[in-house]
Structures are given as C-alpha cells and as structure tokens.
Design a protein around this ligand. Structure first.
Ligand code: ADP
Length: 269
C-alpha cells in the first residue's frame, strides 16, 4: 500500500515534489489470514471430538447400555480425549516455537535405535505394516530425543493417515557424506504438485476432497520443519499425486568421542 502527497515550497506554496509513503501490509495480511485459519481449524477440530464426547457420555449416563457397547463407547471417548490433548500440545509447541521458548536438550542419539523404537510403537496399532530398512551399525546424531521422536511420529502418522487403502509404509535410514537420511515412504493419496511448496506452512492442508476427509490441523509438518531446522537439517518431499509420497529428513551425523573409530558413522559400511 502506498500514498503520495505533494510537497510545497514554504514561501511560494508551489509544488516542488511528492512525498511517497509506503506501508508494507503483507505481514498484517499474513497474520490476519493465520488468525482466520486458526479460528476455523480450532472450531472444527475441537467441535468434532467434543460432540462425540458429549454424545457418548450422554448415552452412557441416560440409558442402560450393554457391557460390550459400553466398552466401545468409552474407547471412543478415550480416543477423542487423547486427540484433544495432542491438539493442545501442537498448539503449545507452535506458540513456544514462535516465541523462541521451546527448549532443546541435545545429546548423542542412536538414530537407528530411535527409528526402531518409534516404529515399534506404531506396529499393531493400525492395519499398515511398517517395513524397516535400518543399518546394523548405530548411526548417531546430536539431537533432542523427544523432538526427534516427535518428527518420526508425525511423519509415520501422516504416512499411515494419508494412505488409507495401502498395506505398508517403508521406513529407511542411510548415511552418506556425514549426513543421516531418514525416509518415510507411503503408497497413498500423494500430494498435488502445486501444494508441495506450501506443505510446511502452518495450518496448510491439501484441499482435495480425499485429503479433506481425513482429520488434521495442518500443524504437524510445520512443527517437524522447525525441529529439523533447529538440528541443522533439511526436510524434503517427493510425491506423485494418487500414488504416494516420500518425506526425507537429513541430519548432520555425529560421532560420539568415546566411540571414535569403533563405529561406521559417516559412511555406509
Ligand atoms: P495435518 O494435521 O493436516 O495432517 P500436517 O502439517 O501434518 O497436518 O500436514 C499438512 C498437510 O499435508 C495435510 O493436511 C495433508 O494434506 C498433507 N500431507 C502430509 N503428509 C502427507 C502424506 N504422507 N500424504 C499425503 N498428504 C500428506
């Protein structure tokens, strides 16, 4: 936005030029758009679990419900509460990231062990088989354990969530030129090309009907990118709409001094 006002000579009042004032509104516009996205996501993402919780608890309080149905209703209520608290955690993480108050505790991490651990937690909770291709040797990075778990968890969760009909998700770890690469590959909806550059923005969700049917806030990947950035790494995505996506996270490898020379850290054996 800009406006121009004439500048007059003090004595003759003749016009001697123009004063141009530029006002950069793009930041304001961006913040307003984010606020709108926030409100619409919050209302939708909070209302859906809340109405399920309200509905099922009302039934349980008001009617005689056979024991097996009771268990099912309580499971639904429990799942919705878990979902709500994950949502609140994501909001808090985003807020802490924006205000620079998200604390990181860096330590040497055995990445292969961590990937196996997170994948193990997923196994059996869902119909997908997680196929792991992990090196036998420990690959180390310096990182925050909880935050790296969060990265892995978000990527696996998306791979599973956005490939409803597929049987497997492939997870691999490799190391070249001093960088560890974790790849999470699914055989699901994929991502339209025009969405690829916007995927890591806060609240961004792909707009196709099939994507929209799947619940989410559009926060997970922005959190992932922030964590990866803070670790000095990069995240990349390759996708073919309709056939699947592959997210790869590249992190600087680290050789713990006490293990120096004893493990293959920097190159694949
Ligand atoms: P959400 O909570 O919406 O899943 P994310 O930030 O994790 O938020 O992802 C942003 C958007 O990127 C998602 O809404 C989805 O449209 C798209 N997306 C993320 N991962 C995948 C994937 N593996 N396959 C297809 N689309 C994906």
């Amino acid at each position: 936005e800009f406006y121009a006002s004439p500048v007059l000579d003090e004595l003759s009042r003749a016009r001697i030029g123009y004063l141009f004032v530029f006002h950069n509104r793009s930041e304001e516009v961006r913040l307003n758009r984010m606020k709108d996205d926030f409100i619409s996501i919050v209302s939708h993402e909070l209302r859906t679990p809340m109405s399920a919780i309200q509905g099922f608890t009302e039934i349980l309080l008001e009617r005689e419900v056979p024991p097996e149905k009771r268990v099912r209703y309580l499971e639904t209520v429990h799942n919705e509460v878990v979902r709500l608290s994950a949502l609140v955690d994501d909001f808090l993480d985003i807020q802490r990231m924006e205000t620079g108050r998200l604390a990181y505790h860096f330590e040497p991490l055995d990445l292969g062990g961590l990937v196996a651990e997170v994948a193990g937690q997923w196994q059996g909770t869902d119909k997908h088989t997680l196929r792991l291709d992990l090196p036998a040797h420990g690959f180390f990075i310096r990182g925050d354990r909880e935050r790296i778990i969060q990265v892995l968890h978000n990527l696996i969760s998306n791979a599973v969530k956005y490939s409803p009909g597929a049987e497997a998700v492939d997870i691999s770890l490799s190391c070249t030129d001093g960088r560890a690469a974790i790849r999470v590959k699914d055989y699901g909806l994929g991502i339209p090309e025009e969405s690829l550059t916007r995927l890591f923005q806060k609240f961004y969700r792909v707009e196709t009907t099939r994507h929209r049917k799947i619940r989410g806030t559009g926060l997970g990947l922005s959190i992932v990118r922030e964590i990866v950035d803070t670790h000095g790494g990069e995240i990349q995505v390759e996708s073919v709409s309709g056939s699947g996506s592959e997210f790869s996270v590249h992190l600087p490898a680290y050789e713990p001094p006490e293990l120096k020379g004893r493990i293959a850290v920097l190159q694949e054996p």
